[in-house]
Each structure stands twice: as C-alpha cells, then as structure tokens.
Design a protein around this ligand. Sequence first.
Ligand code: LLP
Length: 436
Amino acid sequence: YGTQGISNEGHLTIGGVDTVELAKEYGTPLFVYDTALIRERARGFIDTFKQLDIKAEVAYASKAFACVAAYQLAAQENLSLDVVSGGELYTAIKAGFPSERIHFHGNNKSYAELELAFDTKIGCIVVDNFYEIRLLKEISEAKQQPMRILLRVTPGVEAHTHDFITTGQADSKFGFDLNNGQADLAFEEVMGHEFLQLLGLHCHIGSQIFETDGFSLAAGKLMKKIGEWKEKHGFECTVLNLGGGFGIRYTEEDKPLAPHIYVAEMINTVQAEAAALKLAMPEIWIEPGRSLVGDAGTSLYTIGSQKTVPNIREYIAVDGGMSDNIRPALYDAKYEAVIANKANAPKESTYTVAGKLCESGDKLIVDAALQQAESGDILAMFCTGAYGYSMASNYNRVPRPAVVFVEAGEHQLAIQRESYDDIVQNDLPLVLKKGE
Ligand code: LLP
C-alpha cells in the first residue's frame, strides 16, 4: 500500500523509513501513518469534483483518527472537517483548523457543545433531532448569531459492504425520517428562523461500502424531497451532503472501487435528478473517514510469547491488542500482517496473533499467513489507520501507543506514548473511612 517497500536488509519500509528502526526509536506498539498516502487520497476526492466542475467540500470524518497533527494535515490538504463531539471540535480549534470549514455532527449534542460551535464560529451544524432544533434556536437567539445548518435525514437506505437494504422507515438513532413526515416537520421548524440558515440535507448510509447503488438511491430520495420543498415552500437548496462510507481493502476479499468512481456516480445521480426536477445543482459535500486514513496506518508490535495448541493452532502474542485495535474483537474485522524484519522471507507459517489483554477474545488476526516468527520480531499489521487509535482504550491500564507520521524519508511523533503517570493522573486517593 502507498509508499511501502522493502529495504536491502529485507525490512518493511514506509515513506522511505525502515519500520524496524521506527520500532527501535519510538517503541511498540506504534501506529505509523504514511502521510503521503493520506494526501493522495484527499487529492483524489477533491480533484474529481474539480475535474467535473462541481462545487464541493470534502470533509474528513475525523472520528476515524483525530489528533492535532492529523487536523493540521487535513487543513494542509484543503479538506473540510467533520467533528462529532466537543472533544474533536476543541482539538481541531487547538490545531488551528479554519473553523469555517468545520461541520458538527451528533445525535445528542449538548448545550455546551453547541455553544462552543457558535463561539468558535464553525461553518455548519448538521442538525439531528427536534431537541437540538430547540437548543439551536435558544443559543442563536441568546447570542444573536447566525448559524448555517443541514438537516440530517434517514432516507431508508442502509448500505453495508456489498448489500444495501431499503426500508420505508429506518430504525436508526440518527436523523429525521425522510419517509414519515418527520423531515417535513423539522423543515417547517427551522425554515424562516431569524438565525438558522438551512443550506440543505445530509444523509450517511453506512460504512465500508463497496457499491455505488446505495449512494445513488439515497441521493435520489433526498433530491425528490428538495424538489417537494421547493415547490411547496420555494426552498432553494444549496448543499447536499451524502456522508462517507467508501470502503477500503483490508484483505484480498475486499474489492473497493476507486474513490473517484463513487464521486462520479453521486454527481451523475444528483445532476440527473436536478435536471428532471428543474432544480439548481447543489454543492455536493462528502465525509470520508476510513477511505482517507485507513490504509495509510500500520500498527507495529513486538512479538513476545508463543504457544502451541497441538493440532489446533500456534499463537504468537504481541505487546498490544484490543486496547489499541478493538475492531477484530468488536466487529470480527479481518487484517493482514507481515513480519517487518523478515519482509522478504516467504509467508510459510500460520499463526493466530493474540493481544496481551486479559480476555480470550483478544485476538488481532486468526490464522494469519506469516513468515516464521521468533520472540523479538516486529509484526506490522496493515490498514489500521481508521478506527484503531481513535477507539483505543486503557483496558487493563495499558497505556495508549505512540503515533508517528512518515513521509519522504522523514518521521515525526504525532502523539506521544502514554506513560504510567498519564494513566493515574486523574485518579484520586480514597477518602471514605473503612466501616466498622
Ligand atoms: N459521516 C457520518 C455521519 C458518519 O457517521 C461516519 C461514520 C462517517 C461520515 C465516516 O464513515 P467512513 O467513511 O469512515 O466509513 N467504528 C466503525 C465505523 C463507524 C463509522 C461511524 N460513522 C469501524 O471501525 O468500522
């Protein structure tokens, strides 16, 4: 993937840097991001819109991987930003991310989070529910401050990998239902408000999607609603946000399309609907997360103990696990790996890669094809850039790993490794007295 290669010594390299050296310098577990690949992916999306002469914003769905340096990289690449919490918003502002390009999502944004969005003058709030409309009216009136908004709707299209399902009513915690009158009610509540400026609609139909049909179907449904509102209320929609969810390749079973194919297909549908309904072409916004950072991230671990269960399997255990990558345990997610210090050797062995956490389900890869492993070897697990670090925990009081960025032969720390002191820093001593 990306700028990966193999050095003369047979070591895996990323961005021209020897991963075995990175492991030595920064320790393991370690996340290594190929920032050139993130740039390439970002430009892939942005350039497709440009070439087709479509006004667009490509917002990085930062829940996939968020930190100051990641936000600064996104800003360098002219991405917009999707944040889903006060914490992500705060980090983005700290990183100096241009606030007018920040979009705020979430199904239960608090008063304080919404106030922060107003105070930092972000570009858009994606409104999820009626309670939020009430809070937004209250805050915008109190501050006498305008805010651009989108209404998030659930179109009854849900996509997952190769399948998508359509339902009349979506059973989702997110958004206003498009098919049962909820979206119309929300529209009436915000339309004409002194400070809330409705730009258009948003939907997000799922994640790790490999087909374009779901996006087209959803886009079509949203455009029809926009046509209806134009006819009934004279509403001019300027933005259609079709969310994220573009799939990536984790293993050979995954066959994603190139990003520009999803984008071109979306544009086609929206253009056709706009023409049919005599609507102006809206700006198209998208929110890729995984497809920007997923395959740019590689996890490095040191192999420690090994165990043979005769006639069943060979385990190798690494110095991380579900605390830095919950996806195999949570979603049964599949990954590929290589022994980084033997990257040239044939993969003639099969091991189950276990983590070090106290839970039998803490396995990172079941039956991985790998080079012959010895304790002390460095295991590189690929495509861990999305929802790895961002979903990491301190389970078992394991410190979170460090994150490094590599590009063109250079490397830099992006997130420091947590220390044991970090782990106890919020703990307070027991004050309550022992009972008799
Ligand atoms: N926009 C919205 C409104 C979303 O809810 C999401 C993801 C995205 C964009 C970005 O989706 P992406 O392009 O990354 O697929 N933890 C799970 C994925 C959860 C996705 C949640 N929403 C995983 O590890 O697979």
